[in-house]
Design a protein around this ligand. Structure first.
Ligand SMILES: Cc1ncc(COP(=O)(O)O)c(C=O)c1O
Length: 393
């Protein structure tokens, strides 16, 4: 677990970087934490001047994420804002390759861009490297960008980052990897040849389900300049207060991931042996397709898993409504265990099974999490009518 070298600051080990990166310079009686600089404008005479470009608190957070991922980081007001900053850079009308399963918001936005004629979207099964290569090569019309998540949300499929980067580079395409599920503590796509890493820092990086934040990291200086240009012109800037909170969350990232991941492994194994469970999707289980690639490119299987209840949508809904310790809610990467039936969202990909429940395993006691899930799987009764959510998260 050594820290990448081309961040702003370099550290030998990532767990140390998480604790130490982005601190203010040492001065007698100076603060050890970055101050929350509540200033949208700066005194003239420096290179920046205005907060859409730079603010000291945002900069501290960017130093820390940059040190962890190994590149220059720019933070945004949400993961979607970060993704859209890149989508704005897609060349007009050119092909973009993306996973057939992606986070719903990203999938919806890419489809919108396709329908508007901004891009030609090519969706592909990212577990199939022959199909990925064909989609990037495109019969004489190669892709300009490739956008992947690995593991994919919510199916937990694994894409080979290094192989995809090699093909993308061969055809002159940029490879972007949404690293939200793994965090840099477990997976560093830039080291594997990707041009760009994207985060919903709302999730594991910040880690406490109390803010929205996005991040883009690249070691390509020209791309980094284009990205900061997108934040300046599109204006999706996070607040100094949220940036401070996100950095505070990062200080415990390594131990949170260690604990949540060992809990996830325990829960996945228990689920795999449960009579009310049809399938478990977790790269830490032996039977997972591409578990060997996951092992090669990641330092662990992570804290996210999904499982299919042995029953229909209503059976899965009953499990979600029956948990008492675990929270039935969307989102992921917080200290608390969250789970949801993904198809409750009307805009979720219809290929995702109706009985699939995605779990973001938290850092509670593993036996307590399992006891709650076990009683929910065995629950009987009627499901309560809930208002259907409108949007696609
Ligand atoms: C994998 C992934 N990428 C991107 C996003 C979007 O991030 P945000 O909600 O911070 O805009 C999410 C949100 O759930 C996500 O799960």
């Amino acid at each position: 677990m050594s820290a990448p070298k081309n961040g702003h600051e370099s550290f030998k080990n990532l767990d140390t970087a998480a604790v130490q990166a982005g601190r203010p310079p040492v001065t007698p009686d100076g603060p050890i934490n970055p101050p929350i600089v509540l200033s949208s404008t700066m005194h003239a005479g420096g290179p920046y001047g205005y907060m859409r470009d730079w603010n000291a608190t945002l900069d501290s957070l960017e130093q820390a994420i940059g040190a962890l991922e190994g590149g220059r980081c720019t933070v945004f007001s949400s993961g979607m804002a970060a993704a859209n900053a890149i989508f704005d850079l897609f060349p007009q009308g050119k092909p973009v390759v993306a996973s057939q399963y992606s986070y719903t918001g990203v999938a919806m936005r890419l489809k919108e861009l396709h329908d508007l004629g901004r891009i030609e979207l090519r969706l592909v099964d990212v577990t199939d490297d022959v199909a990925v290569k064909a989609a990037i090569a495109g019969d004489g019309n190669p892709a300009s960008w490739v956008w992947i998540e690995t593991p994919t949300n919510p199916m937990m499929e694994i894409c080979d980052i290094e192989a995809t980067a090699t093909v993308a580079r061969h055809y002159g395409a940029y490879l972007a990897v949404d690293n939200t599920f793994m965090t840099p503590i477990r997976q560093r796509p830039l080291e594997l040849g990707a041009h760009l890493v994207m985060h919903s820092a709302t999730k594991g990086l910040a880690g406490h389900s109390d803010l929205l934040m996005g991040a883009l990291v690249t070691a390509d200086e020209e791309l980094a300049q284009k990205i900061i240009g997108r934040r300046v012109l599109l204006g999706a800037v996070p607040s100094a207060f949220d940036s401070y909170l996100a950095l505070r969350g990062i200080r415990t990232l390594a131990i949170r991931v260690d604990r949540a991941e060992s809990n996830a492994q325990f829960i996945a194994e228990k689920l795999a042996g449960h009579s009310k469970v049809r399938a478990v999707h977790y790269p830490g289980l032996g039977g997972h397709k591409n578990a060997d690639i996951a092992k090669r490119q990641s330092d662990g299987p992570g804290f996210m898993l999904a499982f299919e209840v042995d029953g229909d949508a209503e059976a899965a809904e009953l499990v979600c409504q029956s948990v008492e310790l675990i929270t039935y809610a969307t989102s992921l990467g917080g200290v608390e265990t969250l789970m949801e039936r993904r198809r409750r969202w009307p805009k979720e990909n219809s290929a995702v099974p109706e009985n699939l429940i995605r779990v973001s395993v938290g850092i509670e006691n593993a036996n307590d999490i399992w006891a709650d899930l076990d009683q929910a799987l065995n629950a009987t009764g009627e499901i309560a009518n809930q208002t259907q959510p409108k949007m696609g998260y």
